[in-house]
Design a protein. Structure first.
Length: 118
């Protein structure tokens, strides 16, 4: 079981930056992969970025070159640094953790709102 708490969302003007944090209740070294997803009103939840426990990263095409994902194992925290924000980045951002045993177990945070004004 993993409890995830996101923070860092808020209102920002287009072109601005935000850093989201996702604090996990257990060592993230033991978590196979963690990711940030987002869901805008009326749209499906989509993957924004992910990082695995070997630091391989993956990004949605829409955020490449603008967002970075990183992890601090000592703090059991994963970060999403968002720059050059656009109004279309507005959404609720969710942190997720994936632990592979005999199946893939996924855990989700409660979400944090990001609103980018034009």
């Amino acid at each position: 079981q993993v409890h995830l708490v996101e923070s860092g969302g808020g209102l920002v003007q287009a072109g601005g930056s935000l850093r989201l944090s996702c604090a996990a209740s257990k060592s993230i070294i033991s978590i196979n992969a963690m990711g940030w997803y987002r869901q805008a009103p009326g749209k499906q939840r989509e993957l924004v970025a992910s990082i695995d426990n070997t630091d391989n990263t993956n990004f949605a095409d829409s955020v490449k070159d603008r967002f970075t994902i990183s992890r601090d194992n000592a703090k059991n925290t994963v970060y999403l640094r968002m720059t050059s924000l656009k109004p279309e980045d507005s959404a609720v951002y969710y942190c997720a953790a994936f632990i592979v045993t005999s199946t893939v177990n996924d855990y989700w945070g409660q979400g944090t709102q990001v609103t980018v004004s034009s």
